[in-house]
Write a protein that binds this ligand. Structure first.
Ligand SMILES: [Zn+2]
Length: 372
């Protein structure tokens, strides 16, 4: 077991919620403090308020991972006799770093919206609003026949050749490679100054752009040649689609009223606001954690019977009525599911890496509303 530094810890976390998934202009990443220090205790929170930082001080936290970035609008001042300034001052004085994973955590596979969809027991879950399609590359490498199996396996193990539910997909054609080792060469086959011909296999496979370097490294390590001939082509077809919100179905149809009760119990909220006819039947559910006002048309277009999202505005509720889209608003605070969600992901990742880190879930309630 080892104690990681902040960079190692965040690099690991960003394998789960990579920054490039965030919506443009989102304020994500390290916001306060430094990652250049050992990380022994991490606290996960939805919001960073002064009493959340007080909790972190008591628990000797080195790093807070928050969903809502505490610095979102440009800072005009840090006045330390006011709660906001004091919050920042306390973080700096107690050497607590704050890192925000916001829309990248919403969009991540298995992230906030998947946790909410899971809590609502939705099935056949898919992305509601696509925001990012993973670019793909074609990798072609020429390998002597004796080493083709090993190179194919190394590339597949590194993530190449993933198509749907299939891994290690390649196409192979045989041919003759030629080369003439020049002065200074140390050839695996043949000798300097003599034209060689070798039976080779042309292996082609597909690689997500983010794995390109890893796959090429694995290929080079297994390939016997001193100089390896390989080509990388850009592709127009795309890999995995990422996006905001999820759409899925309930195992059985229910009334909007029953569904509203289901949302209350599943997401542990004392009340919900409902738009639509309570007796209407619902089965297909669209969901966006937090504020999904902007996406009611996407929810309607997706064929959802009901849309679950928070912070619903009065006029957007009218728009939904006119669209004939039922809405259940359980509030923004349902995103609290991220606390346990991120903690579980980090515990698994730290165990795999043998990182000796305590993951602590904030117990502070940051729901600003009281329901009476
Ligand atoms: Zn939010």
């Amino acid at each position: 077991m080892k104690t990681p530094n902040g960079y190692e810890m965040i690099q690991l976390f960003e394998q789960f919620a990579p920054k490039h998934l965030a919506m443009e202009g989102d304020k994500i990443g390290l916001q306060i403090g430094t990652l250049n220090k050992p990380i022994r205790r991490i606290m996960i929170t939805l919001d960073v308020l002064e009493h959340v930082v007080d909790e972190a001080i008591v628990h000797e936290i080195d790093l807070i991972i928050a969903h809502h970035p505490p610095i979102f609008r440009p800072l005009k001042h840090i006045v330390t006799d006011q709660p906001y300034g004091r919050m920042i001052e306390k973080c700096i004085k107690h050497n607590i770093a704050i890192y925000a994973a916001h829309t990248n955590l919403d969009i991540a596979k298995g992230g906030v919206n998947d946790w909410i969809a899971e809590a609502l027991q939705l099935q056949n879950v898919d992305v509601l609003v696509p925001t990012y399609e993973e670019p793909l590359k074609k990798l072609v490498v020429y390998v002597p026949r004796t080493h083709a199996d090993a190179v194919r396996k190394a590339m597949g193990d590194a993530g190449a050749g993933h198509i749907g539910n299939y891994s290690h997909c390649t196409f192979n054609s045989e041919g003759i490679g030629t080369f003439l080792p020049e002065e200074g060469a140390n050839p695996f086959i043949g000798q300097q100054g003599k034209l060689e011909t070798v039976e080779e296999v042309r292996i082609e496979t597909i690689v997500p752009a983010r794995l390109q370097r890893k796959v090429i490294r694995a290929m080079l390590q297994t390939h016997p040649y001193e100089e390896v001939a390989y080509d990388v082509y850009p592709l127009d077809n795309k890999g995995t689609t990422y996006g905001l919100g999820r759409i899925g179905t309930l195992s059985e149809e229910m009334t909007l009223q029953q569904f509203a009760e289901h949302v209350k119990t599943s997401l542990h909220v004392p009340a919900v606001r409902v738009v639509g006819e309570l007796a209407s039947r619902v089965r297909k559910v669209a969901v966006i954690g937090g504020d999904g006002n902007k996406y009611i048309h996407e929810a309607k277009m997706s064929g959802a019977d009901v849309y679950v999202t928070g912070d619903l505005y009065y006029h957007v509720a009218h728009d939904a009525l006119m669209l004939g889209l039922n809405v259940v608003d359980p509030g923004h605070h349902v995103e609290k599911v991220m606390k346990e969600g991120v903690a579980n992901v980090l515990k698994t990742m730290c165990a795999q890496q043998k990182f000796d880190v305590d993951i602590y879930v904030s117990q502070t309630n940051t729901e600003p509303f009281t329901f009476i």
